[in-house]
Design a protein around this ligand. Structure first.
Ligand SMILES: *Cc1c(COP(=O)(O)O)cnc(C)c1O
Length: 392
């Protein structure tokens, strides 16, 4: 026992000495543009609830009704006795919304990636991924046992050279590219049309993670694949239900045969309790709001207007997504700026290693359609003060 405790204490000391110890702060309510944390009322610029749907009356009502009808849990894995009407309804709604043949839901984006990637590729295959891919894509790729090749972020020449290498080295193997529509710590977009052209030229497959694209980009928030008109040229799309859709969980969509294959082969689907029906029903309600052009026009255009307003106030180039990084470099500068913003009443997280590379620490502002223009203007002033104090 004591060697176990020694181990833990030594590890924690090393993390602390590196200035990287994290302690999640309690916050309430979970979402909303105004939250309470550490005895302070703060404007929340840290949530991925981009459209304010986590608190939308129709979304909350759908979750309550699902609990009244079917209870809080889901009983078992979908393959045992856990497939509930709410799951099938959500999957039909998502498939229609995403203009795909079929969708399959998972309990989280992390679980989806860990299930899907090893189902599609393994030993003897090659996975090629963008350097800035989310940890769950990286972990799924490692778990698969395939040979991994990373290309510098959005560098299409480097992607092509990896594809040529894979084609030459593993002519029998499958080649799977992993990319995101919106990169989660930088807020920029994949060069999707070029990626799709390249993967077709080399006979590779593409898994596109739309975690931060769904609900945000494309017509009615259908995502970047839809915006670029390449939905039917992408083998696998995934996205999360816990960001713009305001609920929890994830989906994978594509061909009906992809869905059936994953039901049988994605281990995080087969061996994990199904998502609670309340989460699925809430996500269905969110998809319903986006599918209706009237409700959708009150959600997505105001979001992009808010993003433009903050970027203009700060003199930054306009961001295509609700993620606005303000890169400060050293970890301690970002931590201090975040603390100063908190003192001024704004919750804006500092993002540092290992979430981003060392020396690339940043403030990461995320915007919502629910933020007021006044709060955005105040935030811009507070950011400018917090940064100028740090530099003298
Ligand atoms: C958040 C995120 C995930 C993980 O989704 P969860 O549902 O939170 O597990 C996957 N991919 C990307 C790009 C993400 O930003």
């Amino acid at each position: 026992m004591s060697s176990f405790e020694d181990f833990l204490h030594t590890q924690l000391r090393q993390i602390t000495e590196a200035g990287l110890l994290r302690k999640p702060a309690m916050i309430g309510p979970a979402q909303g543009t105004i939250v309470e944390s550490g005895g302070k009322t703060l404007h929340n610029f840290s949530s991925n609830d981009y459209l304010g749907l986590a608190n939308h009356p129709a979304v909350c009502q759908a979750a309550r009704e699902a609990i009244s009808e079917g209870g809080a849990g889901s009983g078992a894995s979908r393959l045992i006795c856990g497939t509930l009407p709410a799951h099938l309804r959500l999957e039909a709604d998502l498939a229609g919304f995403k203009r795909c043949e079929a969708a399959l839901s998972f309990s989280s984006g992390y679980a989806a990636a860990l299930g899907v990637i090893p189902a599609l590729a393994g030993k003897g295959d090659v996975i090629i991924l963008d350097k800035l891919c989310h940890a769950c894509l990286v972990d799924g790729a490692h778990l698969s046992g395939a040979t991994l090749r990373v290309f510098p972020h959005n560098d299409m020449k480097a992607l092509e050279s990896r594809l040529a290498w894979a084609h030459k080295t593993c002519p029998q193997g499958k080649v799977l590219i992993l990319a995101e529509s919106v990169y989660s710590m930088d807020g920029d977009l994949a060069h999707l049309s070029e990626i799709v052209d390249l993967k077709e030229r080399y006979g590779a497959w593409l898994l596109l993670d739309e975690a931060h694209g769904v609900g945000v980009l494309g017509e009615g928030g259908r995502g970047l694949a839809d915006a670029c008109g390449v939905v039917h040229r992408i083998e696998v799309q995934m996205g999360t239900l816990g960001k713009a859709l305001g609920s929890s969980g994830a989906y994978v969509c594509g061909a009906a045969s992809l869905r059936e294959f994953l039901v049988n082969r994605a281990r995080s689907f087969v061996f994990s309790t199904a998502p609670p029906p309340s989460a699925s029903a809430a996500a269905s309600a969110a998809v319903g709001l986006l599918s209706n052009s009237e409700t959708c026009s009150g959600l997505i255009p105001p979001l992009h207007k808010n993003v433009d307003r903050l970027c203009t106030n700060l003199g930054l180039p306009l961001s295509p997504s609700p993620i606005v990084p303000i890169i400060l470099g050293p970890e301690d500068l970002a931590m201090q700026a975040s603390a100063r913003l908190r003192d001024q009443g704004f919750l804006v997280p500092a993002i540092r290693f290992p979430t981003v590379a060392r020396g690339q620490a940043r403030l990461r502002v995320t915007l919502s359609s629910a933020h007021s223009e006044a709060a955005i203007d105040e935030l811009a002033g507070a950011i400018q003060r917090a940064i100028s104090e740090g530099s003298c």
